[in-house]
Ligand binder design. Structure first.
Ligand SMILES: [Zn+2]
Length: 347
């Protein structure tokens, strides 16, 4: 793997500039990562893990297929790629991608978002996802719904009858069934339990109760969390995930997400995110692209832009590496899969 040295943001040192020039002119072959692109910031992707990519078959256009996403990730030197999809468990597609392109050195992993179209909030769906693969493991994450929640449905001004069918976490009392059983399945399998898109107060409650049940691989989408909510969630041992999508122009464009209706996400506040990351520490944060939709750059470029945003706002190389590589690799148990040096190793 090429060097990961990154100068402090804004550094104009000769050494920093030379290191970039060396990268630009360093020759590459088909069998090694090509992070040497002349585009600034490509070096930040070496060894990174983008745990949130939407490249699976969809009702909307995608910028890349699963295989294209893996090839592009390999060229940029990424070591892990997480497939997110609201319509199906993705651990089978991840297994297929690894079998077909594993030689490129990118560990592809999948999981299930418990939307109705993927089987819903069902322990049976979770069990199936956990076993779905080619014999070397299934889902590496289980997520509460990202769309079929009262929080999102209300923000989309869906009908009361629709909202009634969505996940809502009551303020008082235990978590509603079957959440405890689903969390226990994640604990038993030692996979990530993702809180999905629920409200901040709901996320705090679910994180704390999941931690009480022994969950040690917790992840919370954090774009809309307040500082207090983020602090409480981290206090439960849950990592925060900041994704590129909600900080971009993609939030200005009404899109179909799960059905024929077009909706927008609210634009998340990047300054607030920076402040929260500084407050909770980079050890409690992962970054991802959440890209694949046609209104955004393809995932590799989206992830580069996101890392450059943080770099430009004062984050050092080792901090970026913690959030983009070390933390997600540890959380999702990303496997080392060095590319085999053979002539069949075309990226
Ligand atoms: Zn997403």
């Amino acid at each position: 793997m090429r060097r990961h040295r990154v100068a402090p943001p804004g550094a104009g040192t000769l050494d920093f500039q030379l290191s970039r020039m060396v990268m630009i002119h360093q020759p590459t072959t088909d069998s090694e990562p090509q992070a040497a692109s002349g585009v600034p910031g490509m070096d930040l992707l070496a060894g990174a893990v983008d745990s949130h990519v939407h490249c699976c078959p969809h009702i909307n256009r995608r910028t890349v297929s699963v295989f294209e996403a893996v090839r592009q990730a390999a060229r940029a030197g990424l070591r892990g790629l997480g497939l997110m999809d609201v319509f199906a468990n993705t651990s089978g597609l991840a297994a297929l991608a690894n079998r077909e392109l594993g030689r490129l050195g990118v560990d592809v992993f999948g999981g299930i978002i418990l939307e109705p179209y993927a089987g819903g909030l069902s322990p049976r769906s979770v069990r199936t996802a956990l076993g779905m693969g080619y014999g070397d493991g299934g889902a590496r994450f289980v997520s509460l719904p990202c769309h079929h929640t009262a929080f999102v449905a209300c923000s989309e001004r869906r009908s009361p009858a629709y909202v009634d069918t969505c996940l809502a976490i009551p303020e008082a009392g235990e978590l509603p069934d079957p959440l405890p059983e689903i969390i226990d399945l994640c604990v038993e399998a030692d996979v990530v339990f993702n809180l999905g898109h629920i409200s901040g107060p709901e996320a705090v409650k679910v994180a704390e109760q999941a931690a009480r049940r022994g969950c040690r691989r917790l992840l919370a989408p954090a774009g809309y969390l307040s500082p207090d909510e983020a602090t409480a969630i981290v206090g439960a041992g849950c990592l925060l995930e900041y994704s590129f999508f909600v900080f971009t122009h993609a939030t200005d464009i009404p899109q179909t997400m799960i059905d024929a209706e077009r909706h927008r996400f609210a634009r998340a506040d990047f300054s607030r995110a920076l402040s929260i990351v500084r407050s909770v520490g980079v050890g409690n944060v992962i970054l991802s692209s959440d890209s694949g939709a046609v209104v955004l750059p393809p995932p590799v470029e989206a992830f580069r832009e996101f890392l450059v945003m943080f770099e430009s706002c004062g984050f050092f190389g080792h901090e970026l590496r913690a959030m983009s590589a070390d933390n997600p690799a540890r959380l999702f148990k990303v496997r080392s899969a060095p590319a085999a040096p053979d002539e069949d190793n075309h990226v």
